[in-house]
Write a protein that binds this ligand. Structure first.
Ligand SMILES: [Mn+2]
Length: 414
């Protein structure tokens, strides 16, 4: 039979009141306070590490001659008062749930960050207030959670990953993943606190050495992602696969008033430690030519004529963030997007670029944006799932190297 473990709840504060000669326990989260005697505090201490009821009884019997009946009563009391709660050790907890991207377990971000078991998290950002044309990308995270399982089913118990018959290779073997759900709000506000929440979340994930995969949402959600990644590295580069440059040579007084999905790069460029933004696939018509010292652009499919040049531009000594706007693909294969443009990448062209990028740089994060799903059909969702699978399996393949950098750089990786 499985043992049941209990553990002291986190966030409790103990105060000694000298005048009353008693103690009080205060829960800062829920706001209650409970006056208790010293003996109960000693009882509570016994649960500071996850333990069983029986272990606590044996401990306290030897120390304070507590009998079994009293021990059981006090245990019940602590449990009813919500001072101790059941504890499920992570090793058995991870992987039992389902419902996330690739059927990964859905769990809180605190669970993802506890210990060092987690390699990769999916984050949903169902935000499309910043579209200039057609909303609906907010539905993409939920849609991908439903559809992605038909491409790959994560098995958190055996961690076998998946066998790819084309490359004759086992992928994502031993990699632990979770889905920490959506950044949520009853009502989203334009460039509001949900952006701050996403930025902070990405920062926490990065500092833990976990690879974040954010599912948009419109393209403006890349701004908080990039800021969160940039804040935790000395320098980063951004690689943007997109039909549109999302850049207009604007300087914003307040980005919160002005940023939308067609200009968010204007807010990325001033981020000091963003070394450069490499734009691939751009084919949108603009009023006039615009350029910026930090932007390196390979319009349309021109990148394929400049592969060697690109390899020399991609730096080995900095980290990169990859943002994939699905409209980089040709609308004949990817019509599920808000602002499609003809003559985009074929699927294999996109895969070739992804291969080149993942081989030549160290990625610190990925987002996939602008997927505006036709909810009644799965094909575009499966395609985007395969794009995500392709990037993460290549990045995780290099995980040893990745961890090496984290360990040797004290939080801030180069
Ligand atoms: Mn875009």
């Amino acid at each position: 039979m499985n043992k049941i473990y209990y553990k002291l709840r986190s966030g409790l504060t103990i105060n000694y009141n000298p005048s009353e000669e008693n103690y009080s326990i205060w829960d800062s989260k829920e706001g209650w306070e409970l006056v208790v005697n010293k003996k109960l505090i000693l009882f509570m201490n016994a649960y500071s590490l996850a333990t069983t009821k029986e272990t606590v009884f044996h401990l306290l019997r030897d120390q304070f001659q507590v009998d079994e009946k009293t021990s059981a009563e006090v245990h019940e009391y602590l449990y009813e008062q919500n001072i101790i709660s059941e504890y499920i050790p992570l090793e058995t907890n991870v992987g039992t749930g389902k419902g996330g991207i690739f059927n990964t377990p859905v769990m809180s971000i605190d669970q993802c960050l506890e210990g060092d078991w987690c390699d990769l998290v999916f984050i949903g950002m169902p935000y499309d207030l910043n579209v200039t044309h057609k909303p609906g990308t907010r539905l993409a995270p939920g849609y991908l959670r439903r559809v992605s399982g038909s491409l790959f089913q994560y098995d958190g118990t055996h961690l076998k990953g998946a066998y790819d018959p084309i490359e004759d290779q086992q992928k994502l073997e031993g990699i632990r993943m979770a889905d920490c759900g959506d950044i949520h709000s009853v009502v989203f506000s334009k460039n509001g606190k949900e952006f701050d929440a996403l930025e902070e979340l990405i920062g926490r994930v990065i500092r833990k050495g976990i690879f974040p995969v954010t599912i948009g949402g419109d393209h403006s959600i890349s701004l908080p992602c990039i800021k969160g990644v940039a804040a935790n590295h000395v320098k980063i580069g951004v690689i943007q696969l997109d039909a549109h440059s999302d850049f207009g040579m604007n300087s914003f007084d307040d980005w919160r008033d002005s940023v939308h999905h067609g200009n968010f790069i204007d807010a990325v460029l001033p981020v000091e430690n963003v070394e450069h933004v490499i734009q691939i696939g751009i084919r949108q018509l603009t009023q006039e030519k615009v350029s910026h010292p930090k932007i390196i652009q390979y319009p349309g499919k021109s990148v394929f004529n400049h592969i060697e040049e690109l390899k020399t531009i991609l730096r080995k000594d900095i980290r990169y963030y990859l943002t994939i706007d699905v409209d980089v693909l040709d609308p004949s294969i990817m019509p599920a997007t808000g602002t499609p443009l003809p003559n985009g990448f074929s699927y294999i062209e996109l895969m070739n670029i992804i291969e080149l990028i993942t081989e030549h740089v160290n990625l610190s994060g990925l987002d996939v944006v602008e997927l505006l799903p036709f909810l009644e059909r799965d094909i575009e969702g499966v395609m985007v799932s395969e794009i995500i699978f392709s990037v993460i399996s290549k990045v995780m393949n290099r995980k040893d190297q990745y961890e090496h950098h984290i360990k040797n750089s004290n939080v801030s990786t180069y």
